[in-house]
Design a protein around this ligand. Structure first.
Ligand code: PRP
Ligand code: HPA
Length: 176
């Protein structure tokens, strides 16, 4: 957790029963509307990653882009989008993962990284961990090295962050 974790958590809204009954949806739009809070969020990531000698920030379609792009800009790294299936125009590699009902797929351009590039993988939230883990596996398959995975919110009770750690990837969460 970051030094601003409690503050960041306080500006994230929980919407009960969305998108379906029983789900408490963590809504980051109040955080994005609050410029001071958004700056503290990005500063938390800058503080953690500025000395880690990263080559690229990869982040996940769509909400991951909101935090990945400003961090890449601030650290002077390249930015690489990991996209949902069918969105990337050039040659891709892909990874399928299981959702509660059915499957989903993430894709990466085959020329997104140089071999052994040091990559930070980011997304806004870890629930079951399926999305982050599929993206991390994709980056490793493409020859990149996932230095860590990072998120704004971890929901540890869903077991996703533990699953990602069990697969050998570090997890940094600003709040949980
Ligand atoms: C949400 C969230 C993460 C993922 C987390 O994305 O932004 O990417 O789900 O869930 P998991 O840990 O169970 O895989 P969503 O697919 O809703 O896409 P969006 O960012 O386009 O809204
Ligand atoms: N908030 C945002 N995205 C999500 C959530 C949530 O609570 N659960 C799965 N994806």
């Amino acid at each position: 957790m970051s030094i601003y974790g409690d503050y960041i958590k306080s500006v994230i809204r929980t919407v009960p029963d969305w998108p379906e009954p029983g789900v408490n949806f963590r809504d980051i739009t109040p955080l994005l509307q609050n410029s001071a809070a958004f700056r503290k969020l990005i500063d938390s990531f800058v503080h953690r990653y500025q000395e880690m000698n990263l080559d690229a920030i990869a982040s996940i379609d769509a909400r991951g882009f909101i935090i990945g792009a400003p961090l890449a800009y601030e650290l002077g790294c390249s930015f690489v989008p990991v996209r949902k299936k069918g969105k990337l125009p050039f040659q891709t590699i892909s990874e399928t993962y299981t959702l509660e009902y059915g499957h989903s797929e993430v894709e990466l351009h085959s020329d997104a990284f140089q071999k052994d590039d040091r990559i930070l993988l980011m997304d806004d939230l870890i629930a079951t961990g399926g999305t982050m883990l599929a993206a991390a596996n994709l980056i490793q398959r493409s020859g990149g090295h996932v230095v860590e995975t990072a998120t704004i919110i971890d929901l540890p009770e869903l077991g996703g962050s533990q699953k990602i750690r069990d697969a050998g990837f570090g997890v940094f969460a600003v709040c949980s």
